[in-house]
Write a protein that binds this ligand. Sequence first.
Ligand code: ANZ
Ligand code: ZN
Length: 801
Amino acid sequence: STPYNHKEVEKKWRKHWEGHPVNVQDGKKPKYYCLDMFPYPSGSGLHVGHWRGYVISDVWSRYKILKGYYIIHPMGWDAFGLPAENYAIKMGVHPSISTAENVANIKKQINEIAAIYDWDMEVNTTDPNFYKWTQWIFVKMFKAGLAYEKEMPINWCPSCKTGLANEEVVNGECERCGASVTKKNLKQWMLKITEYADRLLEDLNKLDWPEKVKKMQSDWIGKSYGAEVDFTVDGTDNAIRVYTTRPDTLYGATFMVLAPEHAMAKELATKEQQAEVEDYIYKASMKSSVDRLQDKEKTGVFTGSYAINPLTKKKIPIWLSDYVLADYGTGAIMCVPAHDERDFEFAKKFEIPIVQVISKDGKEDPEMTEAYTEAGVMINSGDWNGMNSDKAKQEVPDMLEKMGIGKKTVNYKLRDWVFSRQRYWGEPIPIVHCEECGPVPVPEEELPLLLPEVEKYQPTGTGESPLADIHEWVNTSCPTCGKPAKRETNTMPQWAGSSWYFLRYVDSKNDKELVSKEKAHELLPVDMYIGGVEHAVLHLLYSRFYTKFLYDIGVVDFEEPFTKLFNQGMIGKNGAKMSKSKGNVVSPDDLVNDYGCDSLRMYELFVGPPELDSEWDDRGIDGVYRFINRFFNLVSEHKDKNTKATEEMIKLRHRMIYDITTRLESFSLNTVVSGFMEYNNKMIDLAKKGGGIDKETLETAVILLAPFIPHVSEELWSQLGHETSVFENTWPEYDEEKMKDSEIEIAVQINGKTKGTVMVAAEASKEEVLAAAKEAISDKLTGSIIKEIYVPGKIVNIVVK
Ligand code: ANZ
Ligand code: ZN
């Protein structure tokens, strides 16, 4: 038999699969949709880190084929976005041209993985036939009142004169020119994701997702229960409303802080304080939100005005500070320095009184050195004294409601989604602005609204997208009244296409509907989604929002897009994440050439637990390559010997099925690989001992290995005399009875000292074992037996005198 030659084997089977696909629907198989997070087709191509996710999803897909499923396993391109646009600005190449080149390159590289992608389903978010539906969803959202315009502050670079995405602001500075980023009020399109907050939170319970990711989403949604309380401004009829999650601490509120943007901020300033207040408000407006959150030292300004604490009736000073966010709660807070860390710091710095109202043991702490944030016994709180603060937290909102000074409320951290980008390379927002009719959506039958060609991709400098410069495109007529009107010139964020692409794959050529009802029902939702953990919040939350909306308007009949989620860790090298900019990229091309696709697939899994980050070391692939060679030789050597299966071989076979299956099911893919290596060694030993190894055991191993090293498995399956594909088998089943040892070895001791061993039947009774044990050491047994101890399955100890 010929030794393993990876180039020949891989060439042969690649060619064969072209005409004989292994994933076919016979009309009877249940579907299984295994999805990869689709890549951004960058110019630098794939490295071994990208391979890992695609290998994991392919192994899982091929395993499911062997489990009798028809697999939906598509691939596509998330191709709008900044890098292509920046490249266009630099090189003057139209983004569609560079994108098409990159797609072609990466597709070639992805094919090297030998994954069973169904390229008939391919989508590209920049294809008008695709973004037609991205725009259609927006129009539907607009009609449902979920897309609206709002003037709001965005990141603004005063030097480049352009709006920036959060990702483009690095440490408060413009990523391109280094200028300090400020805020500018611009009219933005917003999507009302907050309307779905409760459903997005509650339905997390339905998902088979890593707990970590579910927690990140629920923290992001950030539902909290508390109360809104009105504080009257001293000497006026005005009240300031605050939001608090700790109404139990109301007696301890010794000052108030408003966000500098609060509507009442300026009017609260007394004459003496006016200049200082205005100066503070201006400085805060120039700070980026990143800086505001990162600033260690608290800043603030006293307005000169006071409010009345509704319970103590004491006058408390009103301050402005940028640690209070304008768009959370009511933008104003009551400050309880004794029990809130930020308030404590602020009170210390500005010498504001601190009044303790909760204590561990009912006693006041004369000199607090830090805020006491736990629950406890209420003190200095009038009628509430002696109450447990957790209980008060529940009851106070109702009491405030009765007293007419507040009410129970729920708050969310989740904000509506800023959906406008002042950039060229994105989907045009399909809206026409008419002076008479306001914003009017482009009629659905006129979609897609094509992205026009431009000569200059640079942002215009006015905070508008380059589309604003194409007058013949911008100037149009109102779809409703026919009067002259202007097109919206902002484009959508890159998230727009990725929020729903997984729905389109299963009906990617449909020009009548986003997806037909039949296909959606039959082939969706996604059963397994595989991708990096960096998408835990934005992409995975947006996709859930889009799916729920499409459910509400009857496009799909399920509410959650991704039933199960697996996040793979990143591959690093020399302690850093692999990336072109760090110069530590390992290309798969040489490794495939030297060791073959199968070896690299297996090695990608062997480098470490798939959910964790792992360090790459090229040298390790050698061990995997040797394993494949040894297994190849074992099968070649023994395939025709007709060795009869011994009990040991049968036991090994069932244990192997058990170990590989349970490890695979729990995604412990690195231990699957080490398991194969161990069982291979055991098979080699057994074959030596018995002069061969039975065909069924060899065939079982070949089938188990098929998801991992598909070329080698096909080759060996055919060498074993089969004309069908190895993937036409069903995944082997284990029989627990057959895994058991039929005989076990028992140590036999006299007075605690081991004197020998004895083999007994695994199911032997205590009496039988004791008899066999005494028999085995009868020559050493003297004196009279006073006790016989049996530790089942392990030891017999005979105590003699
Ligand atoms: C009084 C108090 C006493 C508070 C205490 C906390 C502890 P979460 O859980 O995040 O909802 N807060 C309210 N609105 C704010 C805003 N716009 N910017 C900054 N902080 C704000 O927290 C709500 C708590 O954060 C509220 O409860 C409020 O401070 C503060 F011992 O009110 B608390
Ligand atoms: Zn009009």
